[in-house]
Structure formats: C-alpha cells, structure tokens
Design a protein around this ligand. Structure first.
Ligand SMILES: Cc1cc2nc3c(=O)[nH]c(=O)nc-3n(C[C@H](O)[C@H](O)[C@H](O)COP(=O)(O)O)c2cc1C
Length: 201
C-alpha cells in the first residue's frame, strides 16, 4: 500500500447489496483514501449472483490503484486483526444479520469479525449497512446492541424525500452517509441535503 495514511477497512458480507460494497471501495479510492478489504465466503457467493464483474476482477482493478489491500476471511494474521495497526475505522457493507449477531456477541471467528471486534475495543468509528427484511426481534436486539456500543447502524433506505430516480441514487446516498459517519467526509454533497419544504405548486 503506497499511501501510508491509515486505511479504512471495508468488510463485505453475504447480505444482498454487493453494489454498495463496490461503490464504497471505489468512492474511497477516488478520494485517495487507502482501503483494506476483507470479505466473507458468503459475500463472494452473493457477489456472483448480483454483479456483472467477478469479485476477483474487481480486486485486480482496485489493486492496480495502489492504495488497496485485500485479505481473505481466513487470514487471521492480517494487520487489521491487531489493534496496534492504525486504521480510520471500518464500514461493513452490506452487513448480514449473521455478522451483526457475531459482532454484537464478540465472536471474532473470521478476519472480518475480528477486525470489527478490534474497531470496537479500540473505539474507532464503525458503520454497518444492514440488509434484511423483515427484521426479527433477534436482528433488532443485535443491531440495538451495536448502536449502544457506538456503531452507526445505517440501513440502505432510499431517501424518498430527495426523490431518488434509480437504485444507484440510493446506493450513492448510503455511501456518502457512510463516509460522513466515518469522518472521511465532513458533509454530504449538496444535492443530498434536505433544504426544507418545497414551494407549493
Ligand atoms: C443471494 C443471497 C442473498 C442473501 N441476502 C441476505 C441478506 O440480505 N441479509 C442477510 O442477513 N443474509 C442474507 N443472505 C444469507 C447470508 O449470506 C448467510 O446468512 C451467511 O451465513 C452470512 O455469512 P457472513 O455474515 O459471514 O457473510 C443471503 C444469501 C444469499 C445466497
């Protein structure tokens, strides 16, 4: 990784919404923010269902940018498994209910979950973008536990009040909100800010 500024960790799990992971990584790289990605086994399965480009091809493209590193979920000796390795925090996008449950209960049994456990214990910014519907009481309890620990729980809901025209609009909105929650951006782009009621027609 050429840029020596601390990276943001992007954890990709097997919830639906691989495009949100890709857009988050690409937006960070476009801002010159170093990125470390780790992905669960299920994330790769879902990616295959949802994306045109293979996960491997996306990794190659991101690696070519030079501020990018990838570790598979079994690499528990990766730098992001230790609190001594500095990072700017972690986004888990999309976040499955399985991973939300594991993190809420301290189960650090793969690299993604361990990296999240480290962010919590080191009190670094963490954002999760949970995707499931409907939500059971188990899901809600686990998400509430994470919120109480300071995690930003950011469901990828469309901002209906901004009249999104496409799924991409909603994805971009979620990604920009993620960057603000991590402290990477100071504010949302102008078109994503609600300015109060419109004049009556
Ligand atoms: C096509 C597909 C879509 C899925 N979508 C979701 C989802 O939106 N939310 C969720 O919590 N799990 C979803 N799952 C199930 C998870 O992949 C499964 O619970 C897995 O064990 C999660 O593991 P991980 O958290 O390590 O990625 C989906 C699975 C598949 C194959």
């Amino acid at each position: 990784m050429e840029n020596s500024a601390p990276p943001v960790i992007v954890g990709i799990t097997g919830a639906s919404g691989s495009v949100m992971a890709a857009t988050t990584v690409e937006r960070l790289l476009s801002m010159d923010v170093p990125v470390v990605v780790t992905a669960s086994a299920a994330a790769r399965l879902v990616w295959r269902e949802e994306m045109e480009e293979s996960f491997g091809a996306a990794l190659e493209r991101w690696t070519d940018e030079g501020r990018f590193a990838y570790y598979s979920f079994g690499e528990l000796n990766a730098p992001i498994a230790s609190g001594t390795f500095p990072t700017r925090g972690m986004a888990i996008v999309p976040c499955s209910m399985a991973t939300a449950a594991a993190i809420a209960h301290g189960l650090a049994d793969n690299l993604l979950r361990r990296a999240a456990d480290v962010c919590l214990k080191e009190r670094r910014p963490m954002v999760i973008v949970p995707r499931e519907a409907p939500l059971s009481a188990i899901h809600l309890d686990n998400l509430a536990s994470l919120a109480h620990l300071g995690v930003t729980v950011l469901p990828p809901n469309p901002p209906f009040y901004l009249k999104p025209a496409t799924i991409d609009d909603t994805v971009s909105f979620t990604v920009e909100r993620t960057l603000v929650a991590l402290g990477i951006s100071s504010e949302l782009p102008i078109g994503m800010v609600y300015r109060g009621p419109r004049d009556a027609d």
